[in-house]
Design a protein. Structure first.
Length: 147
């Protein structure tokens, strides 16, 4: 019998791109899907902003940066999913000690080097949610390209 994780210690979210801008749909287990978007002109103002939900914010912020840079590189992007998992600290304050981001990119012309390059740019400079967490939370990424 598999033991289910203690929900107070681990949170899981998923987002996926649903339009040709930066509009994502986010899901937490069996809850009603959340709309996550950016303001115009990059987004369509159709949902929560990146700062309203921490794991969704990190995922949508990173996903947006990745899409902008890859599109500037003229890469063909047909889908993006980022699954995030946060593991909480045992002691107070019980914020996240570790976040794992699993990035699944659908593209026929993006290499893993391209993805790693824009991931590094996002982490170091362009993702403000990551910037706020950096130094306080260990953030790990796992990238997959599906052609």
């Amino acid at each position: 019998m598999r033991k289910e994780p203690d929900k107070s210690k681990e949170l899981n979210t998923s987002i996926h791109l649903i339009n040709d801008k930066l509009h994502f749909k986010g899901i937490v287990e069996d809850h009603i899907p959340l709309s996550i978007d950016y303001t115009a002109p990059l987004g369509d103002d159709l949902g929560y902003t990146s700062l309203e939900l921490l794991l969704f914010s990190l995922s949508s912020c990173l996903g947006s940066a990745l899409l902008i840079f890859l599109r500037k590189m003229k890469k063909t992007i047909t889908g993006l999913e980022i699954h995030s998992k946060g593991i909480r600290k045992e002691e107070h304050p019980t914020g996240f000690k570790t976040i794992l981001l699993e990035i699944n990119l659908n593209s026929t012309d993006t290499t893993i080097d391209d993805l790693n390059k824009v991931l590094k740019l996002s982490e170091d400079t362009y993702c403000p949610v990551w910037s706020m967490l950096k130094g306080n939370v260990e953030i790990n990424t796992k990238c997959t390209i599906i052609s």
